[in-house]
Design a protein around this ligand. Sequence first.
Ligand code: RNT
Ligand code: ZN
Length: 422
Amino acid sequence: MANNLKNIEQAYELAKARYAELGVDVEAAIKAADETPISLHCWQGDDVGGFENPEGDLSGGIQVTGSYPGKARSPEELRADIDMAMSLIPGKQRLNLHALYLESEGFVDRDQIEPEHFANWVNWAKGKGIGLDFNPSLFSHPKSADGMTLTHPDADVRAFWVEHCKRSRKVSEYFGKELGTPSVMNIWIPDGSKDYPADRLGSRSRLVESLDEILKEDISREFHKDAVESKLFGIGAEAYTAGSNEFYLGYAATRKILLCLDAGHFHPTEVISDKISAVSLFVDEMLLHVSRPMRWDSDHIVLLDDETQAIANEIVRCGLVNRVNIGLDFFDASVNRIGAWVLGTRNMRKALLKAFLEPTEQLKKAELEGNNTKRLTLMEELKVMPWSSVWDYYCMQNGMPGGIEWLQTVETYETDVLSKRA
Ligand code: RNT
Ligand code: ZN
């Protein structure tokens, strides 16, 4: 082990010297990557099930596939699993909760949720010194069964969901107050239709009305921030999605709230990395749902692929670290769920580290001078720079393995804990 640590240090020193030749301050890059928060999504741990109704089925046009054993069945199990995952991921973390993950004595419907139903989560977060983010849950419920919530033609159904969202904002505000860091609350609705609608305008007008009603109460941004998430289509909502990109871009810009960009919510060749700079000129803060769509909005585990890297590069190159909130959104039930969290989140962190290890000013200078040969050559060179030696060192500083040794810890936990869950 001691030998191994020494090798990591030596490799790091060599890497540092190589990066210095490019004018990159490696220590500053490590610090910046470490301090950029990533919000882990609670729903990878139990296939977006939650604790409202143990028999509840996932609906709303999203799907989890796979039946890997050992999913969390209670808040205690889920928190233990998140503890395990977080212990293997370096850097500043947050937890992103859905309203479905409330804790109560007996059934509490969505229009009845209170901050107290999330007190255990807050205490847990306090113990870890992390922030919480929140989401109202407008799916997996009888009142969303026909694929409409805030756009529903029935005013009573709309009112039910408006009330849920209003109460969710109070939960989010409570998180911010208790934890000293604002909670980003994201509204995503499944609303759309399987076949061609006759009145898109009517439906979208109702959505504006519902959202305006939800946002009526002013809540300090010191505690809570509102975000809205667009989407292209869902299973069973192929022809029309009310909350499209244009809809929410306009809504977020005019209401001065956050826009959420989910990597899986656009046409297959469209990428959110390209949207970050554009949106930043009109919306002051963003939320990202970093995900990996495969042929559709499949929510595969985030890889260290070109798009994940491009997202990180854009955040860093545009100087948007303080205006882009990074959240993850994937749910894979075909593999060890803790492994999924660790792998996907470490990939996002790696992408951030690589982005901070870039000589951005040099790239921009070459571009301004019209030296596109240099720009491209430098970009290619960065791919083979010894960033992984910096990563290993950074992980070592955090008392974590840089390589795949973390998998052993996850496998031991699977044997000792997960495999005992019926
Ligand atoms: C669905 C959206 C939404 C959900 C989570 C559970 O397509 O991406 O963000 O995945 O809120
Ligand atoms: Zn999403």
